[in-house]
Design a protein around this ligand. Structure first.
Ligand code: FES
Length: 103
């Protein structure tokens, strides 16, 4: 069973922004993409740069370093820089709090 942990209030994260949080030692990037929340590992699969600060449009995030694009829904890649998908984590909003499960 998933072990969800509250990370911050949903209203703290503006639309099309993301914030990195530590969840059980995992560096997770929580993204608000058009009002839908996603959680992915905060590490690009190209050259391991942090994804925090990357541009979010629709349900995609672009790595700030070289621009690799990932689908936040399933972590899949777009383009040629990397074919390795991002790890994604279950995320939900309960009573206004964003919750993430990493196990
Ligand atoms: S490290 Fe992310 S695109 Fe190169």
């Amino acid at each position: 069973m998933e072990n969800f942990q509250a990370v911050f209030a949903a209203e703290e994260l503006d639309n099309n922004t993301a914030r990195a949080v530590d969840v059980d030692g995992v560096n997770v990037l929580v993204c608000n993409a058009g009002g839908t929340f996603y959680a992915v590992i905060n590490q690009c699969t190209h050259q391991a740069s942090e994804l925090e600060g990357g541009r979010i449009r629709n349900c995609f995030i672009s790595c700030p370093l070289h621009g690799a694009r990932f689908d936040l829904r399933d972590g899949s890649t777009k383009g040629q820089l990397t074919q390795i998908p991002l790890t994604t984590y279950p995320v939900r909003v309960v009573d206004g709090q964003v919750e993430v499960a990493v196990d």
